[in-house]
Design a binder for this molecule. Structure first.
Ligand SMILES: [Zn+2]
Length: 252
């Protein structure tokens, strides 16, 4: 402690006994002004470190759900509907309630993944809920590898996938599903149908091809609780491939 004329002074600002009255520990050894500045500085540091911790936790939750890198920019608000028909689908998707299944059909690059990813980002960042985002083939591989690497049974791997509050399956395309894919999809759809847990699903297929590919038992469960698009259980985005378009534009 500095001394001025044998009087105690605040070590921070040097103010004298008219303001600074030293008190025994644990009282702070500075004047009330300096102490309140010190406290707000300390709170600010704590707030910044809480923010960093929250940000890291959020990034970890997003990565665990399967979203990282490019996906993080695919927010609902950054989606630009390329056609009037796509705008109609976009407006319905914006009203989505996270309780129904949501199915979007369309060509590769039509923006299906962007819309679904936007919904997942909102679900995780604003509602703090767990999700899993994967392709059907990725999900089937993950299902087998979770079981293999963790030495767990396939049942517990299934439980992990099935326990996510929201499950997004991207691009079941028009090829014939493998037996493993069909069986996993059937079990997941049935499990979620029983518990009223939603699935977001995109497919690079026409409505007819989609129904034919998945078959009636899966489709009837998916469609029963589906978010309606103008009376249909799916939205259809169908326009020129914008990834290809921007590639062509860039080359010109
Ligand atoms: Zn002071």
């Amino acid at each position: 402690m500095n001394e001025k004329n044998d009087q105690p002074v605040c070590p921070e600002c040097g103010c004298g006994p008219e303001i600074f009255v030293p008190r025994p520990e644990p009282w702070p050894k500075m004047c009330p002004d300096c102490w309140s500045k010190h406290l707000s500085y300390r709170n600010e540091l704590a707030r910044q470190s809480d923010n960093k911790r929250a940000q890291r936790a959020l990034e970890a939750a997003l990565a665990e759900g399967g979203l990282c890198g490019r996906s993080l920019s695919m927010t609902i608000t950054s989606y630009q509907p390329p056609t009037p028909a796509a705008r109609v689908v976009f407006e319905r998707v914006q009203l989505y309630d996270y309780e129904h299944n949501l199915i979007i059909l369309g060509r590769a690059g039509a923006g299906k993944t962007h819309l679904i990813t936007g919904l997942l980002l909102k679900f995780c960042t604003q509602l703090s809920r767990t999700f899993l985002s994967a392709t059907l083939s990725g999900l089937t591989r993950a299902y087998r590898s979770i079981a293999a690497t963790k030495g767990e049974t396939e049942t517990s791997a299934f439980d992990f996938i099935a326990s996510r509050k929201l499950l997004a399956i991207h691009d079941t395309d028009t090829r014939t599903l493998t037996d493993a894919e069909r069986s996993l999809l059937h079990d997941l759809v049935d499990h979620r149908w029983q518990r009223r847990l939603p699935i977001l699903l995109t497919a690079n297929a026409t409505p007819d091809a989609f129904s034919e590919q998945l078959g009636n038992p899966i489709c009837s469960r998916l469609f029963e609780d589906a978010w309606p698009f103008d009376g249909l259980p799916y939205g259809v985005l169908d326009h020129e491939d914008f990834r290809l378009q921007s590639f062509t534009n860039a080359k010109q």
